[in-house]
Design a protein around this ligand. Structure first.
Ligand SMILES: C[S@@+](CC[C@H](N)C(=O)[O-])C[C@H]1O[C@@H](n2cnc3c(N)ncnc32)[C@H](O)[C@@H]1O
Length: 438
């Protein structure tokens, strides 16, 4: 990398707008501008504008964390770093340092209104976030406009990383699609995907993202299932907004991000209408707070469907956040697994959900493995120099004893038939979600 690549000139210059740039852009789109901007996006992706580059530039584990971290002054504002500073961090960037975006590509982004010229510099009117091979336009990460359409966040990552593989052409419905991330990923994977949203601005943006990424998905305006395609779907997903207002309000957070005025009725209505759109052998994924009423409704559903909730955090008002999977044709009953997110597992993954959905019988050919997303934390007392004694050992939220530890350490990938383990203890660890059966 050239010395000049470390230039930090202009660092920290960020500007916000109080009306959604996305709304303005989507109202003036033309086919020719879209096609040129789609080419520019393809060039950006080919130049390495990926999730990993953004997380390395920011020094954060997840691309969605970028909105919470001030852009680091020490990172380059030229080349790929320049594109990240411009399109993710929202900084004004010198045009001559943006070699990853050749002049025609820059002109295409300006023409579509995604970027504007400010003197010798460029400024993004939107954010462009790379996610799983897509480049997703949203309003800027620091946008404060009431009508701003938000970029995918941790809940979106949780959802998209837990989407099931579907047979080609299977129907999928992404309720509350926002910028379109789940619908677009499903369509790109071969599903016949529809995204629906009650917000016309979100739908216009989702359509723009579909064109810019060359993905064919359908987007329709609907209030939950009212207006959504009438067919049954192999997958119905809903990444719901916060159901309850937090106890405190961060004045800098976009208001729309905080909560839905409909409260928990939104999730209850989703669950109530689900059977009208979900195929009997299909799967629903609901990413929502488990308020007491939502939790009780899921318990009721478990009398006629398989229900698994992966609890991973708490909302500011104390209600658990969970991704819940509902399978009408699965074995009835409900299972809840607590998955403490952390460095070993920064977001939920399908592997975790599959393990929680799998039968828990200790078959001789099943291979038990310590849950890969949990970290083993030990704390030791250094009473005598050089001879630490073990004080406490936890695996996720569970305090484990020496026998648990020996059992976990013996799970090295051999089938149960080849292992000499205490079946009762293993069953307990499987029930706790600390051991997976493959
Ligand atoms: C948390 S965002 C999720 C956006 C997107 N699916 C993602 O994961 O990034 C929730 C979305 O639900 C939409 N929404 C809220 N109420 C809705 C309703 N009654 N019917 C359909 N969508 C709704 C909002 O407009 C918003 O786009």
């Amino acid at each position: 990398m050239k010395g000049g690549d470390f230039s930090t000139e202009g660092v920290g210059e960020r500007h916000t707008a109080d009306v959604s740039a996305v709304t303005d852009i989507t109202q003036q789109v033309t086919e020719a501008r879209l096609a040129a901007a789609a080419d520019a996006f393809a060039q950006l992706a080919a130049a390495g504008f990926h999730e990993r580059a953004v997380t390395l530039w920011y020094g954060v584990p997840l691309v969605s964390d970028a909105r919470y971290v001030p852009p680091p002054p020490s990172r380059p504002r030229r080349g790929l770093g320049g594109a990240i500073a411009l399109l993710v961090a929202g900084e004004d960037v010198a045009e001559d340092g943006l070699g990853v975006l050749p002049a025609p590509a820059r002109a295409a982004l300006i023409d579509l209104g995604l970027v504007e010229r400010v003197g010798e510099r460029l400024r993004a009117r939107v954010a462009v976030l790379p996610l799983r091979g897509l480049l997703l336009v949203s309003d800027r990460l620091d946008a404060t406009a009431d009508d701003a359409v938000g970029a995918p966040d941790l809940s979106a990552l949780n959802l998209v990383a837990c989407l099931p593989p579907l047979p080609p052409g299977a129907r999928a419905l992404d309720v509350g699609c926002g910028a379109g991330v789940a619908a677009l990923l499903l369509a790109r994977a071969g599903a016949e995907a529809t995204g629906s949203d009650v917000d016309a601005g979100a739908l216009a943006l989702a359509r723009l993202n579909a064109r810019l990424n060359g993905v064919a998905a359908r987007f329709v305006e609907a209030d939950l299932f009212d207006g959504a395609p009438a067919e049954h779907h192999a997958l119905v997903a809903f990444n719901a907004p916060l159901l309850r207002a937090p106890l405190f309000s961060d004045g800098n957070a976009p208001a729309r991000y905080l909560t839905t005025a409909r409260g928990e009725a939104l999730a209850l209505d989703f669950l109530g209408g689900l059977a009208s759109r979900l195929a009997p052998d299909g799967e629903a994924l609901l990413h929502a707070q488990l308020t007491a009423a939502v939790d009780a409704r899921l318990d009721e559903l478990a009398a006629r469907a398989q229900v698994v909730s992966l609890r991973f955090a708490h909302a500011p008002d104390g209600t658990p956040h969970a991704l819940t999977c509902i399978r009408p044709s699965g074995p009835t009953g409900r299972r809840q697994v607590r998955v403490p997110l952390g460095p070993a597992c920064p977001h939920l993954r399908r592997e975790i959900l599959d393990a929680a959905l799998a039968p828990r019988a200790l078959r001789p050919d099943a291979t038990p493995l310590a849950a890969p997303w949990l970290e083993l934390h030990s704390s030791r007392v250094f009473a005598q120099p050089g001879a630490p004694t073990l004080r406490a050992l936890t695996f996720g939220s569970h305090a484990i004893d020496d026998a648990d530890l020996r059992l976990l350490e013996s799970l090295v990938g051999a089938p149960l038939a080849a292992l000499d383990v205490d079946a009762e203890r293993l069953t307990r660890l499987v029930d706790l979600g600390l051991v997976l059966l493959r």
